[in-house]
Design a protein around this ligand. Sequence first.
Ligand SMILES: Cc1cc2nc3c(=O)[nH]c(=O)nc-3n(C[C@H](O)[C@H](O)[C@H](O)COP(=O)(O)OP(=O)(O)OC[C@H]3O[C@@H](n4cnc5c(N)ncnc54)[C@H](O)[C@@H]3O)c2cc1C
Length: 267
Amino acid sequence: MKDSVDVAVIGAGHAGLNAVKEIRKVTDNWMLLNGGPLGTTCARIGCMPSKIAIHLADTFKMRDRFDRYGVAGGDQLQLDQTTALEHVRDLRDTFVDLVLANTTDEMDAAHLVDGYAEIVDAHTIHVGDREIKTDNMIVATGARSIIPPHWADKFGNGILTVDNLFDLDELPESVAVIGLGPIGLEIGRLLGASMVGPQCEHLAHLICWAIESGMTVQRALEMPFYHPVIEEAFQDALLDLRNELAQSTTKRRYIFFEPRVAPCTGA
Ligand SMILES: Cc1cc2nc3c(=O)[nH]c(=O)nc-3n(C[C@H](O)[C@H](O)[C@H](O)COP(=O)(O)OP(=O)(O)OC[C@H]3O[C@@H](n4cnc5c(N)ncnc54)[C@H](O)[C@@H]3O)c2cc1C
């Protein structure tokens, strides 16, 4: 079977779906090719379930501070992991349904093709026995976890990735998180790790927010934190910074938090 389209988009994640949204404004002769489950990585196994799980973990963790707020009995609280993880999956499924309803559900078979695409040359794509000719390709195939083969040999099904983490009924008693990027930090945090790296994405977001709001370090430390996930990291970083500032004698000390008030113009 041969098709010819103006634009072929490979991958129906956020990137591919947004590309299609723009393409539809200029032509109806497009095709979206997707292998694997629809619903986007973000909604199925990424941003959305992770934020729900982190929120849940942080809510439970709050029990350690209840006595500071005058609430007694925090140490008696129990977490039913099975129910908690079911809640994560329920909300995740709602998000996936919303994504599907607003995107691929309303696409017909002439536009949405199920299967992994293989780029044959600059104008030809194969999906199974289907050949698609096009002058314009958008490759939006995302990323996926890779397990080195010798790890799989050694640990068997003891290896978790975001593909299966949120499908567990109970979390393992101990887990080593490998990879200290934003995703590793988030997963570590929701599993109960108490340390996060100073380079993490969320910390950067918060620092940008503090800069945009023209805050001093002191003021930022007084603020309620809108994202509990990075509260500790942000506080630690700010406390370190305050200590450094206390010892500093140069104007450079204002560079992060009061750029509009006292921009750094040199030493
Ligand atoms: C735990 C976790 C938390 C995250 N948190 C955040 C966050 O807070 N904020 C944020 O911005 N990002 C976050 N991300 C990252 C975000 O989820 C991804 O960056 C984003 O979903 C990538 O979108 P995409 O469209 O590029 O790819 P995807 O959504 O992965 O879509 C790619 C699609 O292409 C398909 N495909 C692959 N190869 C082929 C092929 N050859 N032919 C046809 N189809 C193919 C795939 O099966 C998939 O359906 C998080 C990710 C994870 C895992």
